[in-house]
Design a protein around this ligand. Sequence first.
Ligand SMILES: C[S@@+](CC[C@H](N)C(=O)[O-])C[C@H]1O[C@@H](n2cnc3c(N)ncnc32)[C@H](O)[C@@H]1O
Length: 267
Amino acid sequence: MPLKRTPEINRGYYSRVYAIAHSVETFCRREGATAQIVNIGSGFDTLFWRLKSNTFSTYVDVDSTDVVEHKIRAIKQHPELLEPCGTLNGQSNTSNFHSDRYHAIAQDATKGRQLIDKLVNKCAINRNQPILFIFECVLLYWSEEARTNLFYALNKQFTNCNIVIFDIVNTMDKFSSLMQQSLYESNTPLLGANSTRTLEDWNQQLQRSGARHVQSWLMTEVYQKLIDQNEKSKIERIEFLDEIELLFQLFNHYCLILASNNSPTDW
Ligand SMILES: C[S@@+](CC[C@H](N)C(=O)[O-])C[C@H]1O[C@@H](n2cnc3c(N)ncnc32)[C@H](O)[C@@H]1O
C-alpha cells in the first residue's frame, strides 16, 4: 500500500519542488538560449522534462553510478522521455548519457576537478556562458569542507556561475537535533549540520567561496510570499490542516538560497 504522508510533509515537498522549479525558470527566462543547468545529486528528479522554458542550451544531471544507470535505463525505455533529449551521441554508455540537450553523468560531485572536466569535455558546457548549479537536498550530507571546496572551484572556473540551494538551517534546536538523530540512526548522518546553524552561516560560506551576491530565505517566507496564491489555495484544500504551527515549525528548518559570482539574484 502506498505510504500516506502527513499534510505538513506533502505541503513541504510541494513547496520545495515549486521553489526550485521557479528559480530555474527565472534563470532560463533571464539568460535565454545561453542558459546551462547542472543538477548536482539529481537523484530521480524529472525537472529537465518538466521545465516550461525551453530556451536553455544544455541540461546535465549528476549523481552516483547506480542512480545514473537506473535513470538512463528508464529514459531509454520510454520514448516520451527519450524524445525531448534530441539525438544521442556516440560517447553514451550505461552510466553516461550524452545527447543534444540532455546529459546524465556518474560522478562524485565532491571531486570538483573531475566534475568540471567532465562537464566541459563530455557535456558541452561552456565556461563563459551563464550556468546554474542546483543543489536540492544534497549538501546536508556533505562536510563543510567538501561543500566550500566545490563552491570555490565552480565560482573560479565559470565566469557567470549561479547556484540555487534547498537545504537545512536552524540546526541547533531540539526539532533539528531529533531529525539529525533519526537520520544518524538510519546511517545517513548530516555531516554539514553544525556549519549551517543560521541563514547567515550559509551566506558567509558562499561569500567566502567566491559568490558576490547571495540571498537566502526560510521556507516559511518562501511559502508565504513566493508561491502563487491560486496554487496555494488549491494545495491547501487537498492537504488540509487544522493547525498551521507544525507546518511553520518544519519550514523554519529549511531554506532556499540563490548565489551568483556575476549578477544580483532574486526570486
Ligand atoms: C536526498 S537525494 C535528493 C535528490 C534530488 N536532488 C531531489 O531533490 O529529489 C540526494 C541525492 O544526492 C546524491 N549525492 C549525494 N552526494 C553526492 C555526491 N558526492 N556526488 C553525486 N551525487 C551525490 C545521492 O546519490 C542522492 O541521489
